[in-house]
Design a protein around this ligand. Sequence first.
Ligand code: ATP
Length: 135
Amino acid sequence: MKTFNVNIVTPDGLVLDTNTELVSAKAQSGELGIMAGHVPTVAPLQIGAVRLITGGKQTELIAVSGGFLEVRPDQVTILAQAAEKAESIDLARAEEAQRRAEQRLQDKKDDVDFKRAELALKRAINRVNVSRGNL
Ligand code: ATP
């Protein structure tokens, strides 16, 4: 299969810049699979995992906290507020963030806190799953 360049960019810098045959990401509209020659597109992403697959094998697994995926000819760019490769996730930190968010959701103060805690919980669970390869 033909390869193309994919890069993942956050406000902290470049998380990944490589070539792949397939990018799989969780768009707001559902799971999205991008191969070479895909029509140019911009899709908002959910908090979820991005996988790169080449030769039928998963070569990278990245936790992405929302953002956008842009398809241009021979190039996919993911712009996200935060993104971590599986191996650079601090699992203990993510588990602690998950515990804190669950506690805040139980405390249920107001809608703003609730929404924030829900998003923090999603980010934490996504990181835990990506770190453990549990997907
Ligand atoms: P925490 O409460 O642990 O800070 P958070 O979801 O609020 O988690 P973010 O605001 O999404 O954190 O991210 C802030 C920065 O910290 C980003 O650069 C992100 O990549 C990094 N980061 C957050 N959690 C982890 C983690 N478990 N392992 C590695 N990097 C992380």
